[in-house]
Design a protein around this ligand. Structure first.
Ligand code: BDR
Ligand code: CA
Length: 320
């Protein structure tokens, strides 16, 4: 039986690719997709979810619920410099109307309520994959921590434990946008797998792989969505590849062996002058009993070749 999965997301170019991977993977049954303010404002993120689902046409359609419009305490910050004003690299208009006939209806529930309801009603404990700032998940944790703890696993794309940040030298974007939410979630007790920049930066889509794909509507869509990001990577990193942060987090819902993990005690800086949103793991070489107990399995190594093959197969090669 496919695993029920809830995805909280802020599409976002790599979020869009993550949704294509989730719906292209028979091991997963995505039952609920929730939007959050992050890469773009929450209305644009919600529209993008609806557009992508209208294009995929999943049967049954998952519930879609709109989430938090801003972080718990901070002002909203977006990454349109990277993802484009429409969040989809300028390709949003190539996708169906988010409010048209082929799009699923938007639930009247809030994202936090929808997440909690789907955990309560699922036939088996679902996996929650969080691909944006953790605002909705923190609201769910504050409302019903016991229900959140029933998750089979909470997989978070966020943080940078042993490597540099991306939005600042210290912080990864999702944790930086809502560091308080990240702290609340890490302290709230579900079984957490953290896929931070330590591994997601190594999960790449190579331009030559995309060029080698059959010329199908799916390939053309992925080329359109990712084109500006390839240009950005070329100009800023000098590489012909882009990171697949969010798709890796989805892949871990059914292929946890892709990453080597370590149980660590992890905290998030919520107020630092230059380290706001930084994720700090206690990696001191002392006996475990002298530290706080671990609160997350932190991904530190990636089998990048296996992930690359999986992503290409599920998102590009097997799709028309
Ligand atoms: C994360 O930030 C966003 O821009 C991406 O969608 C991803 O979730 C990477 O730091
Ligand atoms: Ca994201």
């Amino acid at each position: 039986m496919p695993k029920p999965v809830i995805i909280d997301t802020d599409p976002g170019i790599d979020d869009a690719l993550a949704l294509l991977l989730a719906f292209g993977s028979p091991e997963l049954a995505p039952v609920c997709i929730t939007s959050v303010s992050g890469n773009v404002d929450v209305d644009t993120a919600t529209d993008n979810i609806l557009r992508i689902l209208a294009r995929i046409g999943p049967d049954p359609a998952p519930t879609v619920a709109r989430g938090a419009a801003s972080p718990l305490e901070k002002e909203s910050e977006h990454a349109t410099f990277l993802h484009g004003a429409d969040g989809l690299g300028g390709a949003g208009g190539d996708l169906p109307d988010p409010w048209g006939e082929s799009a699923p209806c938007l639930s009247p529930e809030s994202a936090a309520d929808s997440i909690l309801r789907h955990i309560e009603q699922a036939r088996e404990p679902p996996v929650l994959v969080a691909l944006g700032p953790l605002t909705n998940v923190a609201l769910a944790a504050q409302k019903a921590p016991d229900i959140l703890r029933r998750l089979d696993r909470l997989i978070i794309m966020g943080g940078a434990v042993t490597v540099a940040g991306n939005i600042t030298p210290a912080a990864e974007f999702n944790f930086y946008v809502d560091p308080l939410a990240a702290r609340i979630v890490l302290d709230s007790g579900p079984k957490i797998t953290l896929a931070g920049l330590d591994v997601t930066r190594k999960a790449r889509l190579e331009l030559r792989d995309l060029h080698a794909c059959p010329d199908t509507p799916r390939t053309r869509l992925v080329q359109r969505i990712t084109s500006s990001l390839f240009t950005h990577s070329q100009e800023t990193e000098g590489t012909e590849s882009i990171p697949l942060h969010d798709p890796l987090a989805v892949a871990l819902a059914f292929r946890p062996e892709l990453c080597g993990m370590e149980e660590l005690s992890l905290r998030v800086e919520t107020r630092g002058e230059i380290c706001e949103g930084m994720s700090l793991a206690d990696r001191r070489p002392v006996l475990p009993r002298l530290k706080h107990p671990p609160n997350a399995r932190v991904c530190l190594d990636l089998d990048a070749d296996s992930f690359r093959t999986l992503f290409l197969e599920r998102v590009l090669w097997e799709q028309s």
